[in-house]
Design a protein around this ligand. Structure first.
Ligand code: DP6
Length: 327
């Protein structure tokens, strides 16, 4: 058994959003989702199982992680220990080259890289589908970061199967630009999991959210297949606004946006009215991701960069799957 392994993975931006669970223990998504994995943003994770540790230790960007995060990772590692039949604890080092916990999908790239490194270190030989289903237990969106390019994650089915993501098209299929407009580096006030629980129990729109998800998936699959930016953009904006409407309508209302978020949305709508094809999407946080053609990216980025409340703009493009690094 290898005891040490290292992997990298990229976050993804959801074009059709996952939100809600039908099984909280097994983390089964209530709706399907489609994302694009992002090159440029990276999580590097190293796992080492060791004799003599009394518990797992987690370090994020070189600093010891808090109790809550360590517990979440340790529970996830319990599943790997159970499958591999090992009882050693481990050290996990996770390094992000982008803000952590601020709605930039650090849990997606984090659990994708961790699944790969920890399963390898534990001697489990998993294929990509098994790896994706494993990553899903850590975080639903992580199931998608196991793959590169355009990726779909299915909702849970009635037969009680283990949902896993699969690749629709690889990262070379459609060279889109995704510009991440960073509005804050601060961690967000509510994690996705707790906010999902609030909307499920206390948003009057939750039922409609689940009911209408499949049609967004159909439209998005077709838009990607046809490389139709307008259809992709309109469907992505609809899914994002529907999600945030669901959040705002819950009790208590959850508003992830800040002034920079509003400024970026307004600017994107204005650019479109001037003939520049740009579309926004927003995950569970205040950052705005703007999708456009690569040749329009410099102009769109210039427009975003000067807005009040935008700290910086990170240029991204469709990126590759999670992968192991040589030790
Ligand atoms: C808005 O994957 O973070 O980014 O499964 O509870 O860890 P857990 O949730 P998480 O939720 C992501 C929500 C989203 C939309 C998406 O990525 O599809």
């Amino acid at each position: 058994m290898e005891v040490f392994a290292s992997a990298i993975a990229h976050p993804n931006v959801a074009l059709v959003k996952y939100w809600g669970k039908t099984d909280w223990d097994r983390n089964i998504p209530a709706v399907g989702s489609i994302s694009v994995t992002l090159a440029n943003l990276t999580t590097h994770s190293t796992v080492q199982f060791q004799h003599g540790l009394a518990q797992d230790r987690l370090f994020i960007n070189q600093a010891p992680a808090g109790r809550h995060q360590t517990l979440r990772v340790s529970r996830f590692l319990d599943e790997i220990r159970r499958r591999a039949g090992i009882d050693k604890f481990c050290d996990v080092h996770s390094v992000n080259n982008f803000p952590t916990g601020a709605g930039l999908a650090s849990s997606a790239s984090g659990f994708a890289a961790l699944s790969l490194a920890a399963s390898q270190a534990a001697g489990l030989n998993l294929d990509s589908t098994e790896l994706s289903a494993l990553a899903r237990l850590g975080s639903g969106s992580a199931a998608r970061s196991v793959f590169g390019g355009f990726v779909e994650l299915t909702a849970g089915d009635k037969e009680g199967g283990e949902p896993a993501a699969f690749q629709l098209h690889d990262e070379h299929f459609w060279p889109l630009a995704v510009l991440v407009a960073v509005t804050t580096d601060a961690p967000k006030p509510f994690g996705s999991r707790e906010a999902m629980a609030v909307t499920e129990a206390r948003s009057p729109y939750y039922h409609s959210w689940v009911q209408t998800a499949a049609q967004d998936i159909e439209k998005m699959r077709s838009a990607i297949q046809r490389r139709d930016l307008q259809s992709l953009g309109e469907t992505a904006e609809h899914s994002a606004l529907k999600l945030h409407g669901l959040l705002m309508a819950s009790r208590p209302g959850i508003l992830y946006w800040n002034g920079g978020t509003f400024a970026a949305i307004e600017a994107v709508v204005r650019m479109r009215s001037e003939g520049l094809a740009a579309y926004f999407t927003i995950d569970a946080g205040p950052q705005v991701k703007v999708i456009c053609r690569p040749q329009d990216a410099p102009a769109v980025s210039d427009r975003l960069q000067v807005l009040p409340g935008i700290i910086r703009v990170l240029p991204c493009r469709p990126g590759p799957a999670a992968r192991l690094l040589e030790n």
